[in-house]
Design a protein around this ligand. Structure first.
Ligand code: SF4
Length: 493
């Protein structure tokens, strides 16, 4: 089903963007349930992971129906649309684009059909939803061309997900499980997939397990989600994480686990700092608790003489509470966020655009006036947001502003599905901490150390991806893979 071409949400504040995640995924196998509605509410709980597009695919055992569109989950679906999505298996997706243009075509789930088998058996339909980003997409795209898939099926969308979707259904004589076991070991980068054919729900996670993916249990059925909070929202209990390098298949015969790669866990550190919901649990650690611990570490590492501690909503608040607990400085709510204005279908006027961060945040003068303020934020990318916030706090009457950041300086781009910025755009590229302090106009600035961050997650350092902080990537980069490819088969100029 397709509904219009939709225009995209306009970000009112593009220069002040925070790092954006590349999607939330959800899947459910439950013969006695309204699987489309469960998926809708699962996606609703994962809205923070992607606000550009949303989609649901359902199977009734005969065929797969997909409905997707640009917009928030609640904008894309209504009762009537959900009532038309009947079946016993569903997958869903909320999208934030980091690869491929933002358009209906690039919304997910993708749907592809395998050709009929050599014995004349009917082909399967495969719907796929992806959180992450592959680094060897160019190589895979050449494979799609070499197999002649674009000739038979017409143009294939520019995303890594569309390429995987095409390759999953490229082999008429392999079952979907066999095709997945052949394809998954050749994918490099970060992927947490949920996919389905008419009869089976699948989940797969890359060998490093960069992005989260959790298995949940319903009374009569199974659910899979990017975060535990989405499982709880639909009344499922979290069973365990999908293991790095594992393919799960769920059908009438139960649940099967297959291993397509040896696990080399390197979960994303920034999920703890910023991306995941505070009520989610990653590798046994509650995200809220890790953010409070980050604030406590910040207070020990970078104390301040101040009257109040405030947090930048939403994800800076638990760290601000931790800072206040550890330092003994009272915590106050000094900044208020309008959660609803960040992304809208209305194009802002130039004068509204110039208000910048004020559209999203406002300071409470009565709390701030005459005070020495510690303001805690979760990350520092380009520095524009912090500069605006420091200015706003001073304008509300603060006599000193001490900025504290609950992550180390970000200096390297992410290739695993997080849209941060390029190296040249990071404020910490080429400036030391004091240079950054002057650039944002704060009286003092302190970042939590890498050691403090790792401790707050309660995970061994060797099992975490820290690449955007230290450049130690768990895989090759897309540039490395591209230059290897060009050495083998130069692109015609
Ligand atoms: S590079 Fe940073 S944001 Fe990207 S996966 Fe690694 S830790 Fe997470």
């Amino acid at each position: 089903m397709r509904r219009g071409d939709g225009h995209l949400n306009q970000d009112l504040d593009p220069d002040n963007r925070r790092p954006q995640d590349h999607c939330g995924v959800f899947g459910v196998w439950a013969p006695d349930e309204d699987v489309a509605k469960l998926t809708y509410f699962g996606l609703y709980a994962l809205q923070h992971r992607g606000q550009e597009a949303a989609g649901i695919a359902v199977s009734d055992g005969q065929g797969i129906l997909v409905f997707k569109d640009v917009g928030l989950v609640a904008q894309v679906f209504d009762e009537k649309i959900l009532a038309g999505l009947r079946g016993h298996i569903a997958i869903g997706h909320t999208r934030y684009s980091t690869t491929g243009a933002s358009s209906w075509e690039n919304a997910q789930p993708t749907l592809s059909e395998t050709p009929p088998g050599l014995d004349g058996a009917a082909g399967a339909s495969v719907a796929l939803a992806h959180n992450g980003n592959l680094v060897n997409t160019a190589q895979l795209r050449r494979e799609v061309e070499a197999l002649g898939l674009t000739q038979h099926r017409g143009p294939i969308s520019t995303t890594d997900t569309a390429v995987v979707s095409a390759l999953l259904s490229a082999y008429p004589d392999l079952s979907v499980t066999e095709a997945a076991m052949r394809l998954l070991p050749r994918l490099e980068g970060a992927f947490s997939f949920v996919f389905m054919d008419q009869d089976t729900l699948y989940a797969a996670r890359d060998a490093h397990g960069v992005r989260p993916l959790i298995l949940g249990r319903l009374e009569r059925g199974w659910a899979i989600a990017s975060e535990t909070a989405a499982l709880e929202t639909i009344g499922a209990s979290a069973v365990r994480e999908i293991e790095p390098g594992e393919l799960l298949a769920i059908d009438d015969h139960g649940l099967r686990s297959l291993r397509f790669a040896n696990p080399k866990p390197r979960g994303c550190l920034v999920e703890y700092v910023y991306f995941s919901r505070p009520d989610s649990v990653i590798s046994g650690r509650n995200v809220y608790a890790s953010r409070v611990a980050l604030g406590q570490a910040l207070a020990r590492e970078h104390p301040a003489d101040a009257d109040i501690v405030i947090g930048v909503p939403e994800s800076g608040i638990p760290a601000a509470i931790g800072y206040a607990q550890e330092s003994g400085i009272p915590y106050s709510v000094g900044l208020i966020k309008n959660s609803y204005i960040g992304r809208t279908f209305i194009q802002p006027t130039q004068s509204i655009r110039q208000l910048g961060v004020r559209l999203k945040l406002n300071a409470i003068r009565e709390i701030i006036q005459g005070k020495r303020v510690v303001v805690v934020d979760d990350s520092l990318i380009r520095g524009n947001t912090l500069r605006s916030i420091v200015r706003m706090i001073r304008a509300a009457g603060a006599i000193e502003v001490h900025a504290r950041i609950s992550s180390p300086p970000i200096k390297w781009p992410c290739f695993y599905g997080i849209d941060m910025a390029s190296k040249a755009e990071f404020i910490s590229t080429g400036l030391d901490v004091d240079g950054v302090r002057r650039a944002v106009g704060a009286d003092s600035l302190g970042h939590v150390s890498m050691d403090g961050l790792v401790r707050a997650t309660e995970q061994p350092e060797s099992r975490l991806c820290r690449a955007c902080f230290d450049g130690d990537y768990p895989t090759a980069t897309p540039e490395q893979r591209l230059s290897e490819l060009e050495r083998v088969a130069p692109t015609p100029s």
